[in-house]
Design a protein around this ligand. Structure first.
Ligand code: ADP
Ligand code: MG
Length: 263
């Protein structure tokens, strides 16, 4: 049909044109080099609205680079990335627009140390969304309650445990009302007893139906929330599948070897 052919034609319209699909993220033949190091090799990945993807793979395989490319923290050299129907230009065109829709949580929390928890959560909504102070505060407190940390709102990051800081980082990202959340090993820097409180927060977000890509080796989390697990090695997506099949019957030798090490 005409509608189908419109939906499947290559991207050729103006950069801000909204596509008619239900795709949150479309990565098409993405390549990235650091100098002569080819870190992403022809990455194709499509994420549906509301889909939860877990990315795993050995250290150095390109997981962080891949998700950092999605909000233009890294530049790609070829291929295309489309986020909520907006194509990210190779030179960072539309990056600001896309970053407003994408929240990111890092391994090292990255909270501003000189701002309180509440101020950390209010900063971007005030500056970027131009929310009033009262509006930003209301919303920040709502999300801090949501991650069960509202009582710490007036503390500084250094006064909190790692697990608490990471929950603040999640609340801070949510304060921008992102349509997509990217997590890069959010529990890897935490003491074991704090991992669960952060994973529980992420499970509850997933239950709300937000689109999510999470780099993690927490396989219990993957089994609980992932629609798909993607395995990367040496810059390539080697295979992807539903968690049950992926864990019980991986097709590739490299995936089996990797799972053998972490499970
Ligand atoms: P992962 O997250 O899977 O551990 P990364 O995406 O961090 O992998 O890294 C992929 C490869 O790119 C690694 O070989 C890493 O050393 C290299 N790399 C990452 N960031 C940079 C950078 N800023 N400059 C040069 N090389 C980098
Ligand atoms: Mg990484």
């Amino acid at each position: 049909s005409v509608a189908q052919s419109l939906n499947t034609r290559p991207h050729c319209g103006p950069q801000n044109e909204k596509s008619m699909t239900d795709k949150s993220i479309v990565m098409n033949a993405v390549n990235k080099w650091y100098g002569s190091l080819h870190v992403l090799k022809n990455i194709d990945l499509t994420v549906d609205r509301g889909e939860h993807i877990v990315v795993c793979g050995p250290s150095g395989s390109g997981k962080s680079t891949m998700i950092r490319c999605i909000n233009y923290l890294e530049e790609i050299q070829s291929g295309s990335i489309e986020v909520n129907g907006t194509q990210l230009g190779h030179k960072g065109g539309n990056a600001d627009h896309i970053r407003r829709e994408v929240g990111m949580v890092f391994q090292q929390f990255n909270l501003f140390p000189h701002l309180t928890v509440l101020e950390n959560c209010m900063l971007a909504p005030r500056r970027v969304r131009k929310h009033s102070s009262a509006e930003a505060k209301d919303q920040a407190m709502r999300y801090l309650e949501r991650v069960h940390i509202a009582e710490q709102a007036h503390k500084y990051p250094a006064q909190l445990s790692g697990g608490q800081q990471q929950r603040v980082a999640i609340a801070r990202a949510l304060c921008m009302d992102p349509k997509i959340m990217l997590f890069d090993e959010p529990t890897s820097a935490l003491d074991p007893e704090m991992v669960k409180e952060v994973l529980d927060t992420m499970v509850s977000l997933a239950d709300d139906g937000i689109t999510m890509i999470c780099v993690t080796h927490e396989m219990g989390f993957a089994k609980a929330v992932a629609h798909r697990v993607v395995f990367m090695d040496r810059g390539e997506i080697i295979e992807s599948g539903r968690p049950t099949e992926f864990f019980s019957n991986p097709s590739h030798e490299r995936t089996r070897a990797f799972l053998g090490q972490i499970l």
